[in-house]
Design a binder for this molecule. Structure first.
Ligand code: COA
Length: 174
């Protein structure tokens, strides 16, 4: 992770911190998500990885399990924080002082949904903007559901998720 240069605290004549929210269900976090966070750290001083509620999904992992798996991906980092909201993403962004929402795009098929989400968020709160980052080519085929399905059928998921996530999936499906 490119985490070597933590931002200095904002003083009177310094730029304010650029804080971004990276929301998602993270059921579980994958190497594709981590790729987006690492790219985001090149653009923002701090990223708040935010577990949010998608009412159409019933997560396999509890909220605490998902938060813990995310935290363990970034030990000791003062540039990656982990949060949770069951409300509007834009409200949480304002509450946390974040000016930007990060979303990852994997393929054209993601665009329609992401476009609607970004426009709705902009309609709800104009001061918060959405930035799309391309997922690295290696991770373009990954989704949390795909990984859960593979793990459920005892498929090999090594290298697609961090080791502690792989172990957590194996435990769920033993
Ligand atoms: N690498 C791997 N997978 C990726 C990925 C990447 N870079 N980018 C996206 N994905 C996958 C996720 O794993 C997930 O897979 P799954 O569907 O198999 O679980 C899927 O793409 C997208 O899921 P996610 O990023 O978790 O978003 P979501 O659609 O589940 O939820 C919320 C998006 C939570 C941010 C959205 O529902 C939300 O904003 N909710 C809060 C309520 C709110 O503010 N509503 C108003 C907005 S209109």
């Amino acid at each position: 992770m490119n985490d070597n240069q933590p931002p200095s605290p904002a003083g009177a004549d310094e730029q304010p911190l650029r804080i971004a929210l990276y929301p998602g269900t993270f059921d579980p976090i994958t190497n594709g998500h981590i790729n987006i966070i690492e790219r985001g750290l090149q653009l923002f001083d701090r990223i708040i990885v935010t577990v949010a509620v998608n009412v159409q999904k019933t997560p396999l992992f509890t909220l605490e399990e998902r938060l813990d798996m995310i935290r363990r991906c970034f030990p000791g980092s003062d540039r990656v924080a982990v949060g949770y909201t069951d409300g509007l993403i834009v409200d949480y962004a304002l509450h946390k002082g974040a000016q930007t929402i990060i979303r990852g795009l994997r393929a054209v098929s993601d665009f329609d949904y992401e476009f609607q989400l970004a426009l709705m968020n902009r309609r709800l709160e104009r001061s918060v903007d959405t930035v799309f980052l391309m997922t690295g080519f290696r991770w373009i085929f990954i989704s949390s559901s795909g990984i859960k399905n593979a793990a459920r059928c005892k498929g090999k998921i090594t290298g697609l998720v961090p080791e502690h996530v792989e172990r957590a999936l194996q435990e769920k499906f033993t």
